[in-house]
Design a protein around this ligand. Structure first.
Ligand code: FAD
Length: 485
């Protein structure tokens, strides 16, 4: 009986995961409460995707207008580019306000009840909420979704003061432009901010603990992309070194230690340090252990329906979505998981196909990927004994890229040689974030290049680079077909 519970569903955390779950549930008739202790919208809206992309949009324009050689090829003469830091920062913060208020309006229209305060799992169908004024409330719910997200990981020895040593939480505010900034980490957040800071005239030193820059990317793509995005921007790099001590101040001090033998290698004095060393789940104060849920270093284990797993068994009323599950820590994944959880609560069996979800880094140019990495695909090809094909298709032969004078780019396609099924794709180049979607759709539908090769692409567009990759892959598949008779 519905009236047994205060809510059909309570969602804890109003980031992208919580927002989409609450909206979907409310629109499908569930009496839904959404608990948020901070600003509505979570990481993505307030200090992640949204403000960072606004800063990158400004950075891209400044970069184009400052590249006089590039402009000269179009016959355009340009003078020195002037910009106002505060105006760029305002563009980002206004965008945050707009997106956040649209979100709140959407929830109100859907009928979601917003519950301000810090939530905890009092029991498997009971949520405790501590409001800012110290008042505690208790609500029963037939189902609970945890969507408490993540926060920056700060390695021990690094002291963050938010002014001279900071994380992306502060960097998105663009409070000042340090003449020389060290960025610790060459993952997507480090790369995006390196793009922003170099466009705005800051000197950047990038520190990476592993021996290769951009270790989370496909290694071929990383090498090609680093040529322009890192070395081409005169970014000074240090690899194989751990920042074991970082002290804020004017200057901020960094101690770099060898990852291998832990000896002190170098000390740097810089104007600012951005710590971009990954993110950790926010699950510590949820009372999870008390209700029998054991986390994996803070990440909440879930089954493919997004139901929380405890001691190998799922808990029927408890669900978790988004960064706190550690699956693919991206906004669109959090949102998709939120909808999948609610659909399962509604009795519609659904799961997430992570292999067809794309990811992108919004540097200039962009980097994107979908499906398996080459090493993952290799492992599966050995286990399932099929041959793996890899082809590359380059932007430099593409008419649109040539017209735009943006020929630095490549599409790498990984596929089964026997069936032609696409297993993964990695793209570097202009609009890579948009381009990857068509391959993602193909992977979602388990399509073979045998079918995709006949799909006509608009001329002249960058999508023809993908069309060419399909054709190259088709040649490989046909050769195998002929060899096998
Ligand atoms: P979050 O967005 O972290 O939201 C969790 C919410 O829960 C927060 O509002 C928090 O206050 C609240 N909360 C936590 N505990 C409690 C509690 N006990 N009670 C009540 N409320 C609580 N992803 C992309 O897909 N594309 C991008 O371009 C992109 N760019 C990014 C750039 C940066 C700089 C960063 C940091 C991240 C970026 N991401 C991007 C990642 C994206 O922001 C996250 O994957 C996404 O926000 C995860 O959503 P979530 O709902 O899981 O959690």
């Amino acid at each position: 009986d519905r009236t047994d519970f205060d809510f059909d569903l309570i969602v804890i955390g109003a980031g992208y995961g919580g927002f989409d779950a609450a909206k979907h549930a409310s629109l499908h008739g569930l009496r839904t409460g959404l608990v948020e202790s901070n600003e509505m919208g979570g990481t993505c809206v307030n200090r992640g995707c949204v403000p960072s992309k606004a800063l990158l949009a400004a950075a891209g324009r400044i970069r184009n207008l400052s590249d006089s050689n590039h402009l000269k090829k179009f016959g355009i003469q340009s003078g020195p580019v002037k910009f106002e830091r505060q105006a760029i920062a305002n563009h980002a913060s206004q965008l945050v306000t707009t997106v956040r208020s649209n979100m709140i309006k959407t929830l109100e229209q859907a009928g979601t009840k917003i519950l301000k305060g810090t939530g905890r799992i009092q029991d498997l169908q009971l949520v405790g909420i501590r409001e800012k004024n110290g008042v505690d409330r208790l609500y029963s719910a037939r189902n609970i979704i945890i969507a408490t997200g993540s926060r920056p990981f700060i390695p021990s020895g690094i002291k963050v003061d938010g002014t001279t040593v900071f994380t992306s939480d502060e960097a998105v505010r663009l409070d000042w432009l340090p003449p020389w900034i060290a960025i610790i980490g060459s993952g997507y957040i480090g790369l995006e901010f390196a793009d922003i800071y170099t466009a705005l005239g800051c000197e950047v030193t990038m520190i990476e603990a592993l021996d290769q820059l951009m270790p989370t990317f496909d290694s071929d793509i990383a090498k090609i992309a680093a040529r322009k995005l890192i070395h081409g921007r005169d970014i000074d790099t240090r690899t194989g070194l751990l920042a074991t001590r970082v002290v804020p101040g004017m200057p901020a001090r960094i101690e770099l230690t060898s990852r291998i033998n832990h000896t002190l290698v170098e000390e740097l004095e810089v104007d600012a340090v951005l710590v971009a060393t990954g993110r950790v789940p926010v699950s510590q104060n949820l009372n999870l252990e008390k209700v029998g849920v054991q986390t994996d270093r803070g990440f909440i284990p879930v089954n493919d329906k997004m139901q929380v797993i405890s001691k190998g068994k799922e808990i029927p009323s408890l669900w978790a979505v988004g960064d706190v599950t550690g699956k693919m820590m991206l906004a669109h994944v959090a949102a998709a998981q939120g909808i999948v959880a609610v659909d399962n609560i509604l009795g519609i069996k659904r799961y997430i196909d992570y292999c067809s979800i794309p990811a992108a880094t919004f540097t200039h140019p962009e980097i994107s990927s979908v499906g398996l990495s080459e090493s993952e695909a290799k492992k599966i090809s050995v286990e399932e004994s099929f041959d793996l094909g890899t082809v590359y298709s380059y932007f430099k032969a593409n008419s649109k890229a040539l017209a735009e004078l943006e020929t630095d780019g490549v599409v790498k396609l990984i596929f089964r040689k026997d069936t032609g099924e696409i297993l993964g794709a990695h793209i570097y180049g202009l609009h890579a974030a948009d381009l990857v979607q068509e391959i993602a759709n193909a992977i979602a539908n388990r399509q073979s290049v045998k079918v995709l090769v006949n799909q006509v692409h608009t001329h002249p567009t960058l999508t023809e680079v993908i069309e060419l990759a399909y054709k190259e892959a088709m040649q490989v598949v046909e050769k195998v077909g002929i060899a096998n008779g």
